[in-house]
Design a protein around this ligand. Structure first.
Ligand code: CP
Ligand code: NVA
Length: 303
């Protein structure tokens, strides 16, 4: 296993299977009320440059349930915000804690942390990827469908960080992804090329109806990611027609299921009737952040 988890492709197929199996076991143990302390004495620093609900809560609770401890660090209260170099912060922090989870605007910030930290660094969301989200999404799809092989996944909306990790995850899982975005909001070419070169299956289209036809899973996310706020009005106009609503769902199979990493913006990328409807798996997906990340933490931090 790599020291760090910055991309969903920092793990291979076997490691993904092991993480999913461990996550399933940890989920069962939690439901049975079994407590354990495999990470006793371990501390995880959680550095946030941007807002978070799920990532913050699930990592903090996850460390706690494994017998360890997590420290919430708002980057704005740290010396980094006053100009201390990342490489210095990374080396100093490595002397105190067993791992660092960081949510940053720029992926390069997290990469620099990882380069200089002597302990595992986990990407808790960057402009490029959201690999922890994908662990939970894959777990949720596996729980619901059993096998991932030959599933058809449709992404509708912005070709953003979560979309990138979903595309890359096709290399590990055997499902294919069809991505429907408006012009100019396609996922980066290098992500698509890399995925195809590694045997993953991604197809880019413009029409949401075309993407969801035959799909087993429909995934969407905000049209305005953190950091994109200045473009909000323009984005809302461009993305109109890309809402996952009852109308779009009529083009999909009644057995299709819907994922959203949350936070959701009802009436924008997803309609209330879909969020609250019988095809939505979003609450299982949110819950699985906890179990999947606990499995990841055990693998990275247990020596
Ligand atoms: N999905 C997700 O990462 O949520 P938060 O931004 O609330 O952490
Ligand atoms: N794409 C969103 C995901 C939030 C969890 C963002 O980057 O803001």
């Amino acid at each position: 296993m790599n020291k760090d988890f910055l991309s969903i492709l920092d793990i291979n197929k076997t490691e993904l299977e092991q993480i999913l199996s461990e996550a399933k076991q940890l989920k069962t143990l939690k439901k049975q009320g079994v407590v354990h302390d495999v990470l006793r004495g371990k501390n995880l620093a959680m550095i946030f440059e941007k807002s978070s609900t799920r990532t913050h809560i699930s990592f903090e609770v996850g460390m706690n349930e494994l017998g360890g401890h997590a420290l919430f660090l708002n980057a704005r209260d740290m010396q980094i915000w006053r100009g201390e170099e990342i490489r210095d912060t990374a080396r100093a922090a490595s002397r105190y804690v067993s791992g660092i989870m960081i949510r940053a605007y720029k992926h390069s910030t997290i990469e620099e942390f990882a380069r200089f930290a002597t302990i595992p660094v986990i990407n808790g969301l960057s402009d490029l990827e959201h690999p922890c989200q994908l662990l939970a999404d894959i777990m949720t799809m596996q729980e619901h469908f059993g096998s991932l092989k030959d599933l058809k996944v449709a992404w509708v909306g912005d070709g953003n960080n979560v979309c990138n990790s979903l595309i890359l995850s096709t290399v590990l899982t055997g499902y294919s992804v069809t991505v429907a975005t408006p012009n100019g909001y396609e996922p980066p070419e290098d992500i698509v090329k890399k995925t195809r070169a590694l045997g993953g299956k991604v197809n880019l289209v413009k029409s949401p109806e075309q993407a969801v036809k035959d799909a087993h899973v429909i995934v969407t996310d905000t049209w305005v990611s953190m950091g994109d706020d200045a473009e909000r009005e323009e984005r809302l106009k461009t993305f109109s027609g890309y809402t996952v609503d009852a109308g779009l769902m009529r083009h999909a199979s009644p057995d299709a299921r819907v994922l959203h990493c949350l936070p959701a913006h009802r009436g924008e990328e997803i309609a209330d009737e879909v969020m609250e409807g019988g095809q939505s798996l979003v609450w299982d997906e949110a819950e699985n952040r906890l179990h999947a990340q606990k499995a990841l933490l055990v693998r990275l931090l247990r020596k």
